[in-house]
Write a protein that binds this ligand. Structure first.
Ligand code: AMP
Length: 190
């Protein structure tokens, strides 16, 4: 089983790169952001809860997110492996994730971190907001808050994984063409 975490701030290209991996492998792509958005559009209770946080650029509480991730993994358990995109985003999520993987007898194969400067992230997200239909991509204040949340709550996971899975952690310059980045990723995972 091949299990990859695509790590990086909002706008770093995790979703784009995950889609390219899916095209060339049989891995299942789990994006917690996508699952929350699906719940919002289906007006589920979880969607309504998550929406309040997402519209402010804040993280959805860990417990809700961890339960959601666990049920996604259970649903696709027969898959050849997973690309986790946008999860984990906090230390408690990473620790719960590690427990979950252990219980399922699964390992993380690679954690790939996409590095992009803040100005470029804001530029990309505002441009994505023009046609993505995502409210949280339309407003610069919310975008900057999402990046701040990344630095405050998520970026610590780089050290967490560097210490825990040194040989599986790769940092990639995400400020190049989609093809160049994808080539690096395939060199790592295949
Ligand atoms: P994304 O599509 O990954 O940019 O996520 C969009 C929004 O969904 C984030 O700003 C959070 O509000 C929420 N979200 C997605 N993944 C997580 C997560 N792992 N933990 C908490 N909130 C999340």
């Amino acid at each position: 089983m091949l299990n990859i975490v695509l790590f990086g701030p909002p706008g770093s290209g995790k979703g784009t790169q995950a889609d390219l991996i899916v095209k060339r492998t049989n891995l299942t792509h789990i994006s917690t952001g996508d699952v929350f958005r699906k719940n919002i559009s289906e007006k589920t209770e979880l969607g309504q809860l998550a929406n309040d946080y997402m519209q402010k650029g804040q993280l959805v509480p860990d417990k809700l997110t961890i339960n959601l991730l666990a049920s996604e993994v259970d649903f696709y358990l027969n898959s050849e492996g997973f690309i986790f995109d946008g999860f984990p985003r906090t230390l408690p999520q990473a620790e719960a994730f590690s427990e979950l993987l252990k219980k399922k007898d699964m390992d993380l194969s690679f954690v790939i971190s996409l590095e992009v400067s803040e100005n470029e992230l804001v530029k990309r997200l505002l441009s994505r907001g023009l046609d993505s239909g995502r409210e949280d991509d339309k407003n610069e204040e919310i975008i900057r808050n999402r990046i701040k949340v990344y630095h405050k709550q998520t970026s610590v996971l780089q050290n967490y994984y560097l210490n825990k899975l040194k040989d599986c952690f790769f940092s990639i310059n995400g400020e190049r063409t989609i093809e160049e980045i994808s080539k690096d990723i395939f060199n790592i995972v295949l």
